[in-house]
Design a binder for this molecule. Structure first.
Ligand code: T6T
Length: 324
């Protein structure tokens, strides 16, 4: 297993301090507002709740039923209007459009920690958006590069590949598509990249779009699905077309379904993120901040487990499959 986490020494020290300091911290209340209902955020919620129990803090969770600013903003506004939350842990669904609503929360005395996705360019020290305490999540550009290397290897270094993604202006999936394209352009001159198409977090739409890509490019060699819904749709379209094994799929997010498709020879590589860690650390950071810790790192990369058929049965790797 390759682990690419850059969990810094500072972050490790901060976490240890958080655990010790939580007992001393004033009782805090945290809002948890992820992006949408899906297995990735369900695992994150398990991490949030475990940390809340371990550290003795209260958490209020609201999950938008669909992805988008229109769905996330009213839930955020309602959290702020409660008046009793000290921190909100959130995955902003748009790196620009959620700046205003989250800044309003800060103006009402709520501190913000972003998980999985970030605001602005994600640099909360020198970048355009500085108010969040920290970004805790994957290095998604790096994840896109890993996906590109995996897909290039699976297709023998040549052919046309296609990206299916969710929405523009989302730091996570944008980063994945960027890293993927950059890596392909830099290292694989015989691979042509098509897409991304945007499925708006709808697996059925992802299936239709991938089916259209297969029809458009009859010799398509591979597909990169940049998240749960994209990879699900990509896998389903390849199976429906009877092309399992002939068209290679690389899946971001280690759902049980992605692993099943790997067992059936449809998916060649799965990138597991660490949503449990993201949720747990975010609560620990809030507790540490409340206890007076001033050196929390503004960015924590939680790393990946990279799963293929050679290591999928290894318990050290399989533990990162999203068990929900
Ligand atoms: O891939 C995750 C998350 O990292 C991304 O920001 C949005 O999609 C997921 O939640 C999976 O559906």
């Amino acid at each position: 297993m390759r682990k690419l986490g850059l969990f810094t020494m500072a972050a490790g020290v901060a976490l240890a301090l958080a655990v010790q300091a939580a007992a001393a911290a004033d009782k805090i209340k945290i809002g948890f507002l992820p992006g949408v209902v899906d297995p990735f955020y369900q695992v994150m919620q398990i991490g949030v709740e475990k940390a809340a129990k371990d550290l003795g803090v209260e958490v209020v969770t609201q999950i938008p039923p669909t992805w988008g600013v229109e769905a996330q903003t009213p839930l955020l506004d309602a959290m702020v209007a409660r008046g009793d939350l000290n921190y909100i842990i959130t995955a902003p669904v748009d790196k620009d459009q959620m700046v205003g609503p989250l800044k309003t929360a800060v103006d009402h005395g709520v501190k913000i920690i972003t998980v999985d996705t970030y605001l602005g360019d994600g640099d909360y020290v020198k970048g355009p958006v500085k108010f969040p305490l920290s970004y805790i999540g994957s290095d998604n550009v790096q994840g896109g590069r890993i996906a590109a290397d995996g897909l290039a290897k699976a297709i023998g270094g040549k052919g046309t590949v296609y990206i299916n993604s969710t929405n523009p202006n989302v730091s996570s999936v944008d980063g994945r598509a960027k890293g993927f394209k950059e890596e392909m352009a830099a290292k694989y001159p015989d691979i042509k990249v098509e897409g991304p198409d945007y499925n708006l977090d709808d697996a059925n739409k992802a299936t239709q779009q991938t089916a259209a890509a297969l029809a458009r490019t009859p010799n398509l060699a591979g597909v990169f699905g940049t998240n749960v819904f994209s990879a699900q749709g990509a896998g389903t379209a390849v199976v429906n077309a009877g092309l399992g094994g002939a068209v290679q799929v690389v899946a971001y997010d280690a759902t049980k379904q992605a692993i099943e498709l790997m067992d059936r020879g449809v998916v060649s590589l799965v990138l597991a993120q660490k949503p449990f860690d993201m949720g747990y650390l975010a609560v620990a950071f809030a507790a540490a901040d409340a206890a007076g810790v001033t050196s929390l790192p503004p960015r924590v990369e939680t790393g990946f487990a990279i799963i293929d058929k050679t290591n999928v049965k290894d318990p050290a790797v399989a533990r990162f499959i999203y068990q929900v």
